[in-house]
Design a protein around this ligand. Structure first.
Ligand code: FAD
Length: 456
């Protein structure tokens, strides 16, 4: 038999159920990735992610070549390209990972119909993108968990399989056409601090994370200046790392750090299962009412200041500048900046989510949109009117001010936590700073929020 492995968000050879099934069942296997303009139109085409994707594809091709094969790259409509390939090599089977987004599911359904007509079977594999497949654990009487903690309890009790080894050999039939693998250097507008992508790099980082700072993760993960999270999210996003393997290996090490890390990976599954059951959650505002968001010229100006990191709240500005520079932001920064936009500036969370998606190297529909919904209090959150105070957050999670001084050089001369409240400086000292006043006072922002939400 001849099999095709269609790669999407799963760019790896280790712990890869579709590749494993294909190589076990067929003499010849063609691994293919399709650069589909429809994916770009659906919001994927951000330079940071295209650059990281190029790294991932290059590394995947290298891994295939080390095993005697190669990666085939096609450009065009995924279904038409796969169908043409299947006909050309007379493939019997296509293997791919189950998708979660509405887009991925439509693509899967179209592919299934097209292949059926040609007498080729499509195998869609669970447990590639998420650890526990969406829908595998359910509350009574509903098609998904809307609240995290009960989901986590059930999720943590699910048995998970041991990770699969990468196949040793791969035989790709000759004469299969491939476009050149894209190069990261060909992508313009990439954040200067973007990490290197690819499975090899991801595995290296996972290995040193597990033997290194994982142990202190429980205590350190909210410390902005400490930068003590794994930074593995882009590798999980592109599937260059398997979340199942990460959970398995972290549990193998044990301890509170490992428990806390596994719990964060559960958040990833949680959002995926919400999105799988509620595709509209990517855009909908479930508690919407007219006049709830500020609009008009003032709001536009505030939004621009937020995007550019000049709101006058140092911790907000630091985090927004980290995002622009690295294509990544610390989770605590994401929480603070998202709360600030949606609850202090009272600007529609979808504006913020769009800006994040334009820059985040780990940006995806499930995690970005649903985390935004959660922070904005428009989704499944049980405390929709909680507002994070950016000054209190800064003092708590950047107590010495090192994170702010690093990202906001205008304030680098201010010692200790004073950096979080430059407006408190006496006249001349304040005037000497080239740094804006706050866009809005926190009390004023809160009053406006309550008024707009009708929750005063
Ligand atoms: P670690 O703290 O090391 O966590 C380990 C892994 O767990 C992460 O790599 C990630 O895969 C997963 N994870 C951790 N927290 C969450 C969470 N809250 N939700 C889902 N998964 C999580 N994460 C994305 O992967 N893509 C996004 O587009 C995204 N957008 C976000 C937008 C907002 C407004 C907020 C508040 C959070 C968002 N997150 C997103 C979640 C989280 O901020 C990042 O996953 C995390 O900061 C990545 O850094 P890390 O790899 O060092 O995480």
């Amino acid at each position: 038999t001849v099999s095709v492995v269609l790669y999407t968000s799963d760019l790896r050879v280790h712990d890869h159920p579709p590749l494993r099934a294909a190589t076990q069942g067929a003499e010849e296997v063609v691994p293919v990735f399709v650069r589909d303009p429809a994916v770009d139109r659906a919001g994927f085409a951000a330079p940071n992610r295209l650059a990281f994707l190029a790294d991932c594809l290059e590394d995947l091709d290298r891994a295939m070549r080390e095993r005697g094969g190669r990666l085939v790259l096609r450009e065009g409509d995924t279904v038409s390209e796969v169908r043409a390939l299947v006909r050309q090599i007379d493939a019997d089977e296509v293997h791919m990972a189950a998708g979660v987004t509405a887009f991925a599911r439509r693509r899967e359904a179209r592919l299934r119909r097209a292949l059926e007509e040609d007498g080729c079977r499509l195998y869609v594999h669970d447990g590639v993108v998420t650890v526990v497949p969406p829908g595998d654990v359910l509350p009574q009487g509903s098609d998904h968990f809307a609240v995290f903690t009960p989901y986590f309890r059930r999720w943590a009790a699910e048995p998970i399989r041991a990770p699969f080894a990468a196949p040793r050999r791969l035989r790709v039939p000759s004469g299969v056409r491939s476009e050149p693998i894209p190069r990261r250097s060909a992508v313009a507008g990439v954040s200067p601090g973007l990490p290197v992508g690819g499975e090899s790099e991801g595995r290296k980082r996972l290995g040193s994370w597990l033997t290194g700072r994982l142990g202190t993760y429980d205590d350190g993960h909210d410390d902005l200046a400490g930068d003590a999270t794994s930074r593995l999210s882009p590798y999980f996003h592109f599937g260059a790392l398997s979340a199942t393997e990460a959970v398995h290996r972290a549990r193998g090490r044990g301890g509170q750090g490992a428990d806390a890390f596994v719990r964060q990976l559960c958040w990833r599954d949680f959002h995926h299962q919400v999105l799988a059951a509620r595709p509209r959650a990517a855009e909908a505002d479930y508690r919407s009412r007219p006049g709830r968001w500020r609009v008009g010229a003032d709001a536009e100006a505030d939004l621009a200041a937020w995007r550019e990191g000049r709101t006058g709240y140092p911790v907000v500005d630091a985090a927004m500048r980290q995002l622009a520079h690295e294509g990544w932001m610390h989770n605590r920064g994401r929480l603070i900046t998202a709360s600030f936009l949606s609850k202090t500036l009272c600007i529609d969370w979808r504006e913020g989510a769009r800006h994040f998606l334009g820059l985040l190297v780990d940006g995806d529909v499930a995690n970005n949109q649903l985390n935004w919904q959660w922070v904005a209090g428009t989704g499944t959150d049980t405390r929709p009117n909680r507002v994070l105070n950016p000054v209190a957050q800064a003092k708590r999670y950047d107590p010495d001010g090192g994170y702010v001084r690093h990202w906001v050089p205008e304030l680098a001369g201010l010692d200790g936590p004073a950096v979080h409240e430059p407006w408190r400086l006496a006249g001349l000292d304040r005037a000497a700073l080239d740094y804006p006043d706050p866009l809005v006072g926190l009390r004023e922002g809160l009053a406006r929020f309550r008024e707009l939400r009708g929750s005063a």
